[in-house]
Write a new protein. Structure first.
Length: 559
């Protein structure tokens, strides 16, 4: 039995770019719909207020004059003749003559004509005359009269070539006719006397009469031949299909214009969205981070729920009360990934920092400390941000005494390590009082000794530090720990800022453990599409009582 070859993975699963574009379009669907409605509405209003234009068309057949010996070149020039006539029909002088023949004021009537189109019909002797304007009766009359006026002008031009020759022959015929009559009268007078001398004169007149008659016959034959040639060489224009008075305007097409404008508006909105997303240099996905630096993504943290969703729990410490929330699971995943950072030596200390301010580094450090302590580790959380400390606000603890007092004393006493309710293995060393020179204080030998003391007395020490690009505090503390964890706000941090922060850490030999993508959402480029909300795994037991209570339940799924 012949086995069917396995399909390649790319054929089984669709490309991620298609999902990205689809999610991006769905995210901005409101803008696309809004632009489509606006464009369609404007087009509808403009079309409704436009003056309607009517169109009347007549078909004209041009019988090109040809001799009996017409050759192939004459046939090839037929289309050129039709195009020439089509251009001549659109002359201003011809249109003016049309208006005069219709008994209209040329200037006023010309303002009522929007367009005059004369188009040869391919491979035929037909020419289509199309007139557009706001007056249906006028456009029909012009479409029918224009070919007739052009025919008169054409005949006048073509007959002018033979008029001089015909006039000359006609004058000669008249002269010969008079000579014939005069000769006949003279012969009649001589015939009555019949003298010898008269006989001689009679004979001469008879010979002259014969010559005059012969010449007259020859000239008459030439005149008739010229008339025949004139008739054969004159083209003829015949209206084959007269124009009827239109009753439906051709412009504006309100439904068509509205639909096209809506489609163009939607496409323009999509193009704008894709352009904005293309120019957006924020680090929102692991791929964006990998284009900036070759460091792993250790965690993907979603946007923290609002205070209403989190009940009475502070929105920044979701890991204390909502233990089953997907964001808390993301912190646990970060904790697990950190355990594999240095398996041989083990991870004893780290700093949590960011490139710029307001990226969520303090919240990340606090929640990471909570989930590590919940796993049974003895965790010490140090608020090393002596410029804008936050840990005492997050845990609702006194600010003093803290790190500043410990540096002055030269050691960390048990009284300085404040415990957190419900998490007995977590101790927080707040910042303490304000110091005038934070960088020098954090870079002192006493600070190094305090870090060694804390590391020896705990399983892991987590330090919250200021942003790297703002001050040098994080660079100083980073040399005292095992590594640095960089928090990236996916909603604001640019790739250039991340690159400069990592470059600054690398210049002072601070080990970079990885990055945490923070405040992810379910946008088109966001990494937070790993999380989907439903009603299956929220609450303590997930029983029917919770389902009936209407509380939202959350679960984690991978796409």
């Amino acid at each position: 039995m012949t086995q069917t070859p396995a399909r390649p993975l790319a054929a089984v699963f669709p490309q991620s770019d298609l999902k990205l574009y689809a999610r991006l379009a769905w995210r901005w669907s409101w803008l696309v719909i809004l632009c489509a409605l606006l464009a369609g509405g404007v087009a509808y209003l403009v079309s409704r207020n436009m003056t309607p234009a009517y169109q009347a068309s007549s078909k004209v057949m041009i019988n090109e004059a040809r001799t009996a010996s017409a050759n192939y070149n004459d046939i090839l020039t037929s289309e050129r003749v039709a195009r020439t006539y089509a251009d001549l029909m659109k002359r201003t002088s011809t249109l003016r003559e049309v208006f005069v023949r219709l008994g209209l004021d040329p200037a006023l009537a010309a303002s009522q004509i929007d367009a005059v189109t004369v188009t040869p019909v391919r491979d035929t002797q037909l020419v289509q005359v199309t007139i557009e304007g706001p007056n249906p009766e006028l456009v029909a009359a012009v479409a029918n009269t224009l070919p007739l006026v052009f025919l008169d002008e054409l005949k006048k031009i073509q007959l002018g070539r033979f008029s001089e020759s015909k006039a000359s022959l006609s004058a000669q015929l008249d002269q010969l006719s008079r000579q014939v009559e005069t000769t006949k009268l003279a012969m009649d007078a001589l015939q009555e006397r019949r003298t010898a001398q008269d006989e001689v004169e009679y004979t001469r007149l008879s010979n002259a009469l014969t010559q005059y008659q012969t010449s007259y016959a020859n000239l008459l034959q030439s005149y008739e031949a010229l008339r025949l040639t004139e008739a054969q060489s004159t083209d003829n224009v015949v209206i084959m299909e007269p124009a009827a008075i239109p009753d439906v305007p051709v412009r504006p097409r309100v439904p068509t214009n509205t639909l096209l404008a809506a489609v163009v508006g939607a496409l323009a909105a999509l193009g704008l969205v894709f352009l904005v997303e293309y120019l957006d240099d924020r680090v929102q996905t692991p791929d964006d981070l990998h284009r900036v630096a070759d460091i792993p993504v250790l965690g993907a943290i979603g946007k923290t729920p609002s205070p209403k969703q989190a009940a009475h729990t502070p929105e920044t410490l979701i890991s204390l009360k909502q233990t089953r929330h997907p964001i808390v699971e993301a912190y646990r995943r970060l904790r697990t990934n950190l355990q594999y950072y240095n398996i041989d030596a083990g991870l004893k200390s780290l700093i949590v920092t960011s490139a710029e301010a307001s990226e969520g580094k303090s919240v990340t450090a606090a929640n990471l400390a909570v989930v590590m302590a919940q796993s049974g580790l003895n965790v010490v959380l140090v608020d090393a941000d002596l410029r804008k400390p936050r840990m005492h606000h997050l845990f609702d603890l006194p600010r003093q005494p803290g790190l500043a007092e410990a540096i002055i004393a030269g050691e960390v006493t048990p009284a300085l390590l404040q415990s957190v309710p419900d998490v007995p293995t977590l101790h927080v060393l707040t910042c303490g009082e304000n110091v005038p020179n934070p960088a020098e204080v954090l870079g002192s030998n006493r600070m190094r000794q305090l870090m060694q003391q804390l590391i020896s007395q705990s399983d892991i020490v987590i330090c919250d530090s200021p942003p790297v690009l703002a001050v040098s505090d994080a660079l100083v503390i980073g040399r005292m720990v095992d590594g640095a964890l960089l928090v990236i706000n996916t909603r604001k941090t640019a790739g250039a800022a991340v690159h400069r922060a990592l470059e600054a850490l690398a210049q002072v030999n601070v080990p970079i453990m990885g990055a945490v993508l923070n405040r992810l959402s379910n946008s088109g480029r966001s990494y937070y599409y790993y999380y989907s909300y439903n009603y299956d795994y929220y609450g303590e037991t997930g029983d029917k009582k919770h389902r009936r209570s209407g509380k939202p339940k959350v679960s984690e799924s991978r796409i």
